[in-house]
Ligand binder design. Structure first.
Ligand code: NAD
Ligand code: MN
Length: 356
């Protein structure tokens, strides 16, 4: 029997609630019969680790998880620690250390979910946003001088490399090609950002020639927000820089009903390193520790994890169970206007996996 090694990093806030729920669901899947099992290892990295050790994860942390088949991640963000410390000290350390350069964010309106766009049927909104995940605005290049003085200067320099843009464009065109509509929208801002984004556009055109069967267009990022709201069915696969896609994907999640549902995968397409799967939401300080978090974003991330492992049939089985549960509004958590708790939703999904 095959064994998949999964590293679980709950992190902070509701990460500590939704990741154990995800583990429970994966165990229920394995118990229900497929020919594999999971071996979990858990890592208590994050805000608590920081308070005890002065950093978010141990110096040899990456080496400790280097050989797993996949990583399931919760959230980095603690009310007592500055956000840039928690983010750079844990999540970005893993994404960048393992060169997970493609961040993939599917969005759909699941059954039973009341999405805010009244003129939009679930069929009109079926997107995948590909986020460049290794450079751009979040390259970490910049600094501060003259701190605290009137002449203080602070910079964040966006870095776009030809190699980095070519590989994300190729990944996005390939993903678009694998979907029924074979359609890609390249999000840009080359009117205002006249160096990096102009190269981005040029490379999009160059890579498009390798994919003659993919229809593609370009959209400025600001116009793209309006298009997502006004003409959702005109979009299918999108590719955007680190910052642009970060913003667009929160909008996408909200348009599909809730941030608590949206999943993501931080992928190393070359499989040199383990890839990492996580709900896109953060630590949710306002509801943490109360058992109120929606675990669906984590469950859908588990679907992506299974697909990445090549377990397509099992992934589809989990997605079906998730959709059966969202279809029942009695099983909606507070973010969806319901009263269900994390544990209720988790138990309902596990039950459906057992009864198949
Ligand atoms: P957030 O996603 O934590 O919360 C935004 C709102 O959505 C809150 O009202 C929250 O209650 C609600 N929400 C989010 N997920 C939910 C879920 N699963 N179920 C029910 N409701 C949910 O975003 P924020 O408030 O901007 O950030 C809080 C902290 O999390 C910050 O420290 C931030 O840096 C961090 N953060 C981390 C990540 C990550 O690790 N990937 C992502 C986003 C934010
Ligand atoms: Mn974000």
């Amino acid at each position: 029997m095959k064994t998949y090694k999964i590293a679980c990093i709950p992190g902070d806030g509701i990460g500590k609630e939704v990741i154990p729920a995800g583990q429970e669901v994966l165990q229920a899947l394995a118990a229900a019969g497929p020919d594999f099992r999971f071996e979990f290892s858990s890592f208590g990295w994050g805000g608590d680790w920081y308070r005890a050790h002065g950093r978010m994860m141990p110096d040899d942390g990456l080496a400790q998880i280097r050989d797993v088949d996949a990583i399931l991640f919760g959230s980095a963000g603690d009310p007592q620690i500055p956000d840039h410390v928690t983010l750079w000290g844990l999540r970005l350390k893993i994404c960048q250390g393992f060169d997970q350069y493609a961040n993939v964010r599917p969005t759909r309106i699941l059954p039973g979910i009341d999405a805010p766009l009244k003129r939009c049927t679930p069929r009109d909104l079926d997107w995948v946003i590909v986020r460049e995940n290794s450079e751009g605005e979040y390259a970490g290049v910049g600094g501060r001088v003259h701190q605290g003085h009137p002449i203080e200067v602070a910079t964040d320099v966006s870095i776009l490399t030809r190699a980095g843009v070519e590989r994300i464009m190729r990944f996005a065109f390939k993903l678009a090609q694998s979907r029924p509509r074979k359609q890609l929208t390249v999000v840009t801002k080359s009117n205002a950002q006249r160096h990096g984004m102009v190269m981005w556009d040029e490379i999009a055109l160059q890579i498009s020639k390798e994919f003659p069967d993919v229809k593609w267009d370009k959209e400025l990022v600001d116009a793209c927000t309006a298009r997502m709201v006004n003409r959702p069915a005109s979009l299918d696969t999108l590719v955007a820089t680190n910052l642009h896609a970060d913003v667009l994907s929160d909008l996408a999640a909200a348009l599909a009903g809730s941030l608590g549902i949206a999943p993501t995968g931080n992928i190393d397409p070359e499989r040199r390193y383990p890839s990492m799967f996580e709900p896109i939401h953060g630590s949710a300080f306002d509801i943490m520790g109360k058992g109120l978090a929606n675990p669906v974003g984590t469950f859908w991330s588990c679907v992506m994890l299974l697909e990445h492992l090549g377990e397509r049939e099992t992934a589809a089985r989990l997605m079906k169970a998730i959709e059966e549960v969202t279809a029942d509004t009695r099983l909606h958590t507070g973010d969806l206007g319901g009263k269900a708790k994390t544990a209720d939703v988790t138990a309902a999904v596990c039950q459906r996996l057992k009864n198949r």
